[in-house]
Structures are given as structure tokens and as C-alpha cells.
Design a protein around this ligand. Structure first.
Ligand SMILES: [Zn+2]
Length: 162
């Protein structure tokens, strides 16, 4: 009897945990800034980038992981990266400002960041809904946005990019 109650509460925890996961879609919100590097349900710890170039590099690494997972038809291999990537994307516009990127350059960074966040959210949502997703068009959007961010990183004035 008491064992049953225990099992039932375990089940309840698992249900809560999966709901928690569903809510932690990557999304861009500038209000929260850099906070905890670990999300509530124990994914891998992320080392949050300290400057824009490092942020783009980290994003490139996560982007490659995600593309490889879908290309190999193992989308679940992308799931942790899809959650982590939101935190990096959230930071990126602030890091761009710190690196003295402004005007059109900053607008391009913000735009590319939004495209990436939308695309990664689409992938994460599809995974939670267990729906198939057509990866090719998303892959192209991701690649274009990554190129724009890499161009922005390359264009940082030397004085701000030691
Ligand atoms: Zn998820």
C-alpha cells in the first residue's frame, strides 16, 4: 500500500518534470539577462560566453550539433543543445553592444538572433509534440543567420576584440 503511494508520487514527479521541459523552449527575452547556467530540470551545465566572439563560437558549436543530429536522423541528440542554445541567444545582443557593435550591425545581430530563436523553437516544439519537421528549409535559415553573426563577429573593431 505505502509502496503504491510512493510509486504514484514518483509518477507525478516525472509528469511535472516533462511539463517543466516543455516550458523551457529557447526564446529570446532581453529582460532576464545572464542568470543561472543550469536549467531547472538538470540539463548539462553551460558555460555562458563572456564576449560576442565567444558567443558566436559557442552558438556555432551548438548549431553544428543540432544540424548533425537532424542530418543523421537522430533529432533527440539535438534536444539538450536546443535547450542550451536559448541561453546563449538571449545573451548575444548584450554581448554585441559590449563589443561596440551598433547601428546596422546591431540590427543585423538582433535579426539573426530572432531567426535562430524562432527556428530552434520550431524544432524543440516539434520534438515535444512528437511531430515530424521538415528540416531542410530550417537548415538553410539557420545557416544564413549563422553567417550573418560570423560576419558581425569578424567586423568588430580590433580595439574591442583583444
Ligand atoms: Zn525541449
Amino acid at each position: 500500500m505505502s509502496k503504491n503511494v510512493f510509486l504514484r508520487s514518483m509518477m507525478f514527479c516525472l509528469v511535472l518534470m516533462s511539463l517543466g521541459c516543455q516550458r523551457s523552449n529557447p526564446s529570446v527575452s532581453t529582460s532576464e539577462g545572464a542568470k543561472s547556467a543550469t536549467d531547472a530540470h538538470g540539463h548539462d551545465e553551460v558555460s555562458l560566453p563572456a564576449d560576442f566572439s565567444a558567443g558566436v563560437k559557442e552558438l556555432d558549436r551548438l548549431h553544428s550539433t543540432i544540424v548533425a543530429a537532424y542530418t543523421e536522423n537522430q533529432p533527440e541528440n539535438a534536444h539538450d543543445a536546443l535547450h542550451v542554445v536559448g541561453e546563449v541567444l538571449e545573451l548575444l545582443p548584450q554581448l554585441a553592444e559590449k563589443a561596440a557593435i551598433s547601428g546596422d550591425g546591431l540590427a543585423a545581430v538582433r535579426d539573426a538572433t530572432h531567426v535562430l530563436a524562432d527556428s530552434f523553437t520550431t524544432l524543440d516544439d516539434a520534438m515535444h509534440d512528437e511531430k515530424p519537421v521538415e528540416f531542410e528549409p530550417i537548415k538553410q535559415k539557420l545557416a544564413d543567420a549563422m553567417t550573418r553573426l560570423q560576419e558581425a563577429a569578424a567586423a568588430i573593431p580590433v580595439a574591442n576584440n583583444p
